[in-house]
Design a protein around this ligand. Structure first.
Ligand code: AKG
Length: 280
């Protein structure tokens, strides 16, 4: 049995998300943020110019992106570069995210991504052999932090049948002003609308995005240390950060690997099999 109460499970089942305040202490949060300062310090910004965008997917078709599935890789904000091709701000204020195997490769992020508390959530949700398939340290930089368009996580991390759950941990306070998450409550009940497919030409969506009425989204404003559990079919998004404060978050995506098959046309194709959080 896991750590989620009956009330929490029933709220998760009806809304498609669950907010847990003070999941990690501010001390623990600081440990992750400090570790990221070190990782950024060691990153040579002239070594790569891979940009992450949720709109211009053709930019994602490079090997740097595919190989990041098993590495700690750095992706720039679309608006990080000036017309001269140079960074407009220092590198630590230009990165969109770091991913996608922080949880595996970095000892600090590994500790917080595979803790007893994390495992216990998946126990509560009935996972038999949960695997963290990707981790992202998301910066949502002041002034240039890009939007994340409405999506479902099962589109990107597809198993047959679908089993993705997202964990989104606030490493800083997230507000409407600095680009918090927004979600359509209950939207996970309508099923998966499209998939993000990898083939010989790169990656693409198999369908256009449906139109979403912005009035249906509710903001999830949370304090640093709060964890948001996100159902794989929940429609969620975040807007550009036009404020002067960043909005750091750690995002983990977990699938079940017992009774569920990882699709061969997902963008993540692992060379080495990832370790499960536990085997039930
Ligand atoms: C996800 O991790 O699935 C997200 O949608 C993150 C969006 C954000 O942090 O702005």
């Amino acid at each position: 049995t896991g750590n989620l109460s009956k009330e929490q499970l029933s709220s998760f089942n009806s809304n498609g998300f669950l907010v847990i305040e003070s999941f990690y202490t501010l001390e623990e949060i600081l440990e992750m943020r400090s570790r990221m300062v070190e990782l950024l310090d060691g990153f040579d910004a002239s070594s790569s110019a891979s940009i992450f965008s949720t709109k211009n997917q053709q930019k994602l078709t490079d090997d740097y992106f595919f190989e990041s599935a098993e590495k700690v890789s750095f992706f720039f904000e679309e608006k990080a570069f000036g017309d001269d091709g140079r960074l407009r701000q220092p590198k630590e204020l230009s990165i969109n995210k770091v991913g996608h195997a922080l949880h595996e490769i970095d000892p600090i992020f590994k500790k917080f991504s595979s803790s007893e508390k994390i495992s216990s959530i998946f126990c509560s949700l009935g996972y038999k052999r949960p695997v963290v398939m990707q981790s992202m340290y998301i910066f949502k930089q002041p002034g240039i932090g890009g939007e994340v368009v409405p999506h479902q996580d099962n589109s990107f991390l597809y198993t047959e049948p679908p089993s993705c759950t997202g964990l989104w941990l606030a490493l800083e306070d997230a507000t409407i002003i600095n680009g918090c998450l927004w979600a359509i409550p209950g939207s996970h009940k309508n099923g998966l609308v499209r998939r993000f497919i990898r083939d010989d030409n790169g990656v693409h969506f198999d369908q256009c995005s449906p139109f979403y009425d912005q009035k249906e989204f509710v903001p999830l404003e949370v304090k640093a240390g709060t964890l948001i559990i996100i159902h794989g079919d929940l429609i969620h998004q975040s807007f550009e950060n036009k404020s002067t404060t960043s909005r750091h978050a750690l995002s983990l995506h977990v699938v079940d690997t017992d009774g569920y098959k990882w699709e061969k046309n997902n963008w993540i194709q692992r060379k080495t099999a990832p370790e499960p959080l536990y085997v039930a």
